[in-house]
Design a protein around this ligand. Structure first.
Ligand code: TRP
Ligand code: ZN
Length: 506
């Protein structure tokens, strides 16, 4: 819902039929395309990115999405030995508000083909990128899919410009084969086709593989999901079921509503052979768990034991961090794997099994990462450091290793080890999930607690979570909050711990 900082690009149409987008310092006006733009001058194109150095084309400028209404139909792959390819068809109804006088804007969409676009009910016609210049008049859209450059954009020109502050409804119909997309480090993410459905996890910018989106955590929105899958399959998204599933002619439609603003990477619509169970915590928070019927017996036992602890974990973290930030919680545990778990909002996704420490980690992310999200991807340690630190606390609470011992373990790593060469507050797009982001990040928080004392640390934590609730914030914001809470200048502390690629001297 909050917009990212503006960063402007110019569209350059190349002769071989691909457009490249080059950062420029000036506003990229689309020029005079005749009237019909609501009167008054100064209409221009929204930027094709949110301004994040790590993923320049993730997110978009010029507008702010408030709601995604997603109507999806998914056919999982045929049984072995057919290829692992499914089919997804969708209609996304996007409510947005222009943050500038807007006569052209982008959405992110990867590997799907757009078949229809309308803005406020007015259809745009598809044109080829080379024709996407001022010579084409009227409502239009085009797609750029450049896998090598990792540029995936739908550009939309409404018939009528959208004035700054005005709301618009954009409807995009699209579809395509679903594959097994990978992130910049070659980890599976996005709409990951599995034999029995799909694991859907979008961090950092994989959500664009399943619907047109402004795919950056600075643009949070609420979501409604209508997901139609073959009868017998269960589709699980964020939030709560808004009405019972309905079966007709061999297809079942699942309805989910996620009323808390969420970052795009935290959306899920995972499909599989899940049993759904619903309970409530003592304070009445709904817990919805979706557990694959085909877990191995050992994984099933591990998962059941871990998920049974969710209410206690929520109590424990609420005592430390303040009340649980959303209207529901729970888990999606798939018998397939993407190689990791993700803290999808209100409903983390687990691969193969849910271990206790992982459940604590993904739950802690609901406060740190989900409610308060990174302002830019360089700030990822604010997610992973906190989730790791919180798990240290949970483990200690459970009578396991003390947080001090966990800290000592990190500080026992030899100063010559490459572990210490990561700049934690700027690990690079391929370093988002390296050990140092997690463990040195957690050690930073432990050391901060030591330095400023328990009362200031708790006050800073609550101030952080209150001030940036349902929003995003940076490492600089974090330092400022803890300086306020402690009354200390912490610049040397944060320089040492997260901005210098050298082991801190204890
Ligand atoms: N954010 C996840 C977690 O820590 C981890 C994650 C997301 C990840 N994408 C990844 C880990 C890719 C390794 C590779 O809960
Ligand atoms: Zn994590």
């Amino acid at each position: 819902m909050t917009a990212g900082r503006a960063r402007w690009f110019t569209v350059i149409a190349l002769t071989m039929g691909v457009s490249i987008l080059v950062p420029t310092t000036a506003t990229a006006t689309t020029g005079d395309r005749g009237g019909g733009h609501g009167g008054g001058g100064g209409f221009s194109a929204g930027a094709p990115g949110a301004g994040d150095d790590y993923f320049p084309f993730a997110g978009n400028g010029g507008f702010d999405v408030s709601h995604y209404d997603l109507d999806l139909k998914y056919q999982p792959p045929a049984a072995d030995p057919a290829p692992l390819v499914g089919r997804l068809d969708g209609r996304a109804t996007i409510t947005l508000t222009a943050t500038q006088n807007l006569d052209q804007f982008n959405l992110d969409l990867r590997g799907m083909d757009v078949s229809a676009v309308s803005v406020n009910g007015q259809r745009s016609r598809e044109i080829d990128p080379p024709a996407a210049t001022a010579t084409v008049r009227g409502a239009a859209y085009w797609q750029v899919q450049d896998d090598a450059a990792r540029i995936w954009e739908v550009t939309i020109r409404p018939g009528q410009g959208i004035r700054k502050g005005q709301r618009a409804t954009v409807v995009v119909e699209y579809g395509g084969p679903t594959t097994r997309p990978t992130d910049i480090e070659d980890a599976l993410y996005g709409w990951v086709t599995t034999r029995d459905g799909a694991i859907v996890v979008g961090e950092p910018e994989g959500t664009m593989t399943w619907f047109p989106v402004s795919d950056h955590p600075t643009d949070k929105a609420t979501y409604s999901f209508t997901i139609t899958v073959p009868q017998g399959k269960t589709a699980v998204a964020n939030g709560l079921q808004s009405r019972p599933a309905k079966t007709r002619a061999g297809w079942t439609t699942w309805y989910w509503e996620a009323p808390d603003p969420q970052a795009s990477y935290l959306a899920t619509a995972t499909v599989g052979d899940f049993d759904l169970t619903s309970t409530r915590t003592r304070t009445g928070l709904p817990i919805v768990n979706a557990v694959d019927r085909d877990l191995t017996p050992a994984n099933r036992a591990t998962t059941d034991a871990s998920l049974a602890l969710q209410p206690d974990m929520i109590d424990f973290f609420s005592g430390r961090f303040g009340r649980y930030p959303f209207g529901s919680f729970g888990a999606i545990v798939d018998d397939d794997t993407v190689g990791y778990a993700l803290e999808t909002q209100t409903r983390p996704v687990y691969s193969l099994r849910a271990r206790e420490g992982t459940v604590a980690h993904e739950l802690a992310h609901q406060w740190f990462g989900d409610s308060v999200s990174p302002h830019r991807w360089a700030d990822i340690w604010l997610n992973e450091g906190w989730a790791t630190y919180a798990t240290w606390l949970w483990t200690e609470h459970r009578g396991g290793q003390s947080a001090q011992a966990s800290f000592d373990e990190v500080m026992g790593i030899d100063a010559a080890d490459p572990f210490w060469t990561t700049v934690v507050a700027d690990p690079g797009p391929k370093g988002l999930f390296v050990d140092a982001v997690y463990d040195r990040g957690a050690a930073t928080l432990f050391a901060l607690h030591e330095k400023i004392g328990d009362p200031a640390f708790r006050a800073g934590t609550r101030l952080w979570l209150q001030r940036y609730r349902n929003g995003d914030a940076s490492t600089e914001d974090f330092q400022a909050v803890f300086e306020k809470a402690s009354g200390q200048d912490l610049s040397a502390f944060f320089d040492t711990w997260v901005r210098t690629p050298v082991k801190p001297v204890q």
